[in-house]
Design a protein around this ligand. Structure first.
Ligand code: ADP
Ligand code: MG
Length: 690
């Protein structure tokens, strides 16, 4: 069915720009905000800090001024209380023909203070009788791209299409939830929700519409995740690791370089218990940077080996995988356990040697990046997979792992980034959580100080002092997509400068634009101690472990988020010595940034920092990153903001599945169909369970 008022050209743009290909997609393209159009202001009342407002009046003095790119149209808009300037920079030809002096218009736009005068750029003007229902009260605003705007698919254009579309749909929209849920959760029906989300009859109905649509999204997300969990528990047995044997004990008694912390012991116990139940383990291990998660990973893998299985450890980057490989090779020295490194940059020739050995079981522990779970990697008998520092490794991704053996291998996900509970519920849903809440003994808290750009001389003295004591230093620069070129230049300049300031020391440089092998070589120089100063971008963010490094300077610290600063800082303070972190910023800072820097200098506690981070960033900011790891894209619900609703949706989903695990009862048919539809649309995990 064609959308009313949408020809082939607009249809194409809707498809490429916002992925709308059906009338249903269009109806689910919700406003991102609402504006109250029920009030009309007087010009005398307005100031430059108001949001979008409406005025009633006439225009005069329409004129085109300026040349070339500066060409624009201006006009004066007036009512009985005063006048204001209007300005248009685009669609100049159309505008000058469109508006007539003497006609009364309703103007809609955002006043801005320009010098000491207020003007309104690109206002919408309509004669009063052209208004249609739905535009006079609370009105939805739709996101639109430049390309869309060029064909009049601006917010208003979309509004009109949806309006016409809803008028052509005479029968109520088909329900997507069953009656029981609708009545128990006090929801309005779908038809009313969709109509009111676009054209709110009242503020109350808008609230109810949003509630219903959010609930529905979260409900299906929970239904999906719980259904997969139930299936896994029922149908997929887990391998039973019934014993602890020589692999574990030899390592523990001969090679372990230090006492485990109590927290590490506790977690190992939890893992032993989990893996001995006959069910598949799915555990999330949260532990601050430097809390010793690598060792927990290794000990868990050794338990797998003791029970005749292979183990694998997966890291997000090559550098990290390589470092794990090296650390673990070192730890296992003399124990005669064959281990392999498998990343994207391992040569074909080497791969051809490794892969058959992984298949035959000769290689007991495989460490690598995502390359590890590719289909070409065939394990002889994989029993446990550890996933390090990948805090968005959700059910859908884990489902891939489950096919790696006759039973799904046990899974341990490790992260230094604490995740809000409701969020964890949605991404991991089914995971049990362990926490390492204790750092290895003897660690001194990192001292963090804030220094302004201009006063950097002392800073280099501090660095030199550490180097003279035989320690190493990190100098970190931001590298952010949009300004990559400038940043790279900053970094190389910084590198040159550092070499000049410290002629007596060796300096290396690492950044994300380098080839993996090159990066590797440079990193290695720092790890081995051959080089004393590493100038780097955030590529060193996760996991890198050089205990001898005792000072980190973070340049342009104002450009980093709190969690990121904390992660970076965690690269120092890994040995017994006092470590330092110096945050360098420009002098003028926003309040928010000042707060971030202050928190960093006040605490080393990752959990406190994560909480503050969430507060400062606000939930809106986090959508993009939080979507990954969940099965369906969210159009209206927000995983951080809608915590209570998540809990409620989960409660309903659980109640239904407890009563009818396969959704076979008649009233649940609608749920099953909808879930199937969503999974097909998003190509997710349904196939696992149908
Ligand atoms: P993370 O949790 O950030 O991955 P790592 O596993 O890299 O932390 O450990 C950080 C450092 O602490 C390493 O140098 C490691 O050898 C050391 N470490 C781990 N456990 C202990 C322990 N129980 N006692 C002393 N040092 C430890
Ligand atoms: Mg780590």
């Amino acid at each position: 069915m064609y959308l009313p008022g949408v020809g082939p050209k607009k249809a194409e743009i809707l498809k490429t720009e916002i992925n709308v290909v059906s009338w249903e997609d269009m109806l689910y393209y919700f406003p991102y905000k609402y504006i109250d159009r029920s009030h009309i202001f007087k010009i005398r009342e307005i100031n430059g800090s108001m949001p979008y407002i409406q005025l009633r009046g006439k225009i005069r003095d329409i004129q085109t001024i300026g040349e070339g790119r500066k060409r624009r149209i201006t006009a004066t808009f007036f009512d009985e209380t005063g006048s204001i300037e209007l300005v248009w920079f685009q669609m100049i030809k159309q505008i000058s023909n469109l508006y007539k002096p003497g006609t009364e218009y309703i103007l809609f736009g955002k006043p801005t203070l320009f010098g000491d005068k207020i003007n309104i750029a690109h206002p919408e003007l309509e004669t009063e009788n052209k208004f249609y229902e739905g535009e006079v009260g609370v009105q939805g605003q739709y996101n639109s791209t430049e390309k869309m705007k060029n064909v009049f698919l601006h917010s208003r254009g979309i509004h009109k299409i949806i309006k016409q579309l809803l008028e052509t749909i005479k029968t109520p929209l088909e329900e997507t939830l069953n009656e029981q849920i609708i009545s128990k959760a006090h929801l309005i029906n779908l038809d009313s929700a969709i109509r009111n989300i676009h054209f709110p009859k009242s503020n109350d109905l808008l609230r109810k519409a949003r509630y219903r649509l959010k609930f529905e999204e979260l409900f299906y997300l929970q239904l999906n995740i719980l259904r997969i969990t139930k299936y896994r528990e029922k149908r997929l047995g887990g391998f039973r690791f019934s014993q602890v044997g020589e692999y574990f004990n030899n390592f523990y008694h001969r090679n372990l370089p230090f006492q485990l912390t109590n927290a590490q012991k506790k977690v190992i116990k939890e893992i032993r218990r989990d893996t001995n139940t006959g069910k598949q383990m799915n555990r999330l291990l949260q532990g601050d940077v430097g809390s010793g998660k690598t060792l927990v990973a290794l000990l868990s893998v050794l338990i797998a080996l003791d029970n005749g299985f292979q183990g694998a450890i997966m890291a997000p980057t090559e550098i990290l995988a390589t470092q794990h490989y090296e650390t673990i090779s070192e730890l296992l020295k003399g124990l005669n356990i064959e281990i392999a490194l498998l990343t994207g940059s391992i040569k074909k020739k080497e791969r051809e040697i490794i892969l058959p050995k992984i298949k035959s079981g000769e290689i007991k522990i495989t460490i690598g990046t995502h390359a590890l779970i590719e289909e070409t990697v065939d394990f002889g008998n994989l029993g446990l997979v550890v996933i390090d520092e990948q805090h968005r490794f959700g059910v859908a991704q884990r489902a891939k792992l489950w096919k790696k053996n006759t039973n799904p291998p046990h899974v341990l996900v490790m992260t230094a980034t604490p995740i809000p509970r409701t969020l964890a519920m949605t991404i991991y849903g089914d995971l049990d959580v362990s926490i390492i809440d204790e750092l290895p003994p003897g660690r001194k808290p990192i001292q963090t100080v804030h220094v302004y750009d201009k006063k950097r001389q002392n800073l280099y003295d501090s660095v030199r002092k550490q180097l003279q004591q035989g320690r190493q230093a990190y100098i970190v620069y931001p590298l952010i997509e949009e300004s990559e070129k400038i940043d790279l230049q900053n970094l190389t300049e910084g590198f040159q400068k550092i070499k000049e300031i410290f002629p007596e020391y060796k300096v290396c440089m690492v950044h994300g634009k380098m080839k993996p092998a090159e990066k590797e070589t440079e990193m290695q120089k720092f790890v081995s101690g051959e080089v004393q100063i590493m100038v780097a971008t955030t590529v060193i963010e996760v996991g890198v472990n050089v205990p001898n490094a005792s000072i980190m300077v973070i340049e342009n610290a104002e450009r980093f988020g709190l969690s990121q600063l904390h992660q970076l800082r965690g690269r120092v303070g890994r040995g017994a010595d006092q470590s330092y972190c110096i945050l360098v910023t420009k002098y003028e800072l926003s309040e928010n940034t000042r707060r971030r820097i202050a928190i960093m200098t006040e605490t080393n506690d990752g959990f406190i920092i994560a909480e503050e981070d969430l507060k400062l960033r606000g939930p809106g900011d986090m959508d993009g990153t939080q979507q990954s790891g969940i099965a369906f894209n969210l159009k209206i619900a927000n995983l951080v903001q809608d915590g209570e609703l998540i809990t409620l949706a989960r409660h309903f989903a659980r109640e239904i599945l407890d009563d009818d695990p396969l959704l076979e009862k008649y009233p649940n048919k609608i749920l099953k169909n909808q879930l199937y539809k969503l999974n097909t649309q998003h190509q997710t995990a349904w196939f696992m369970i149908s």
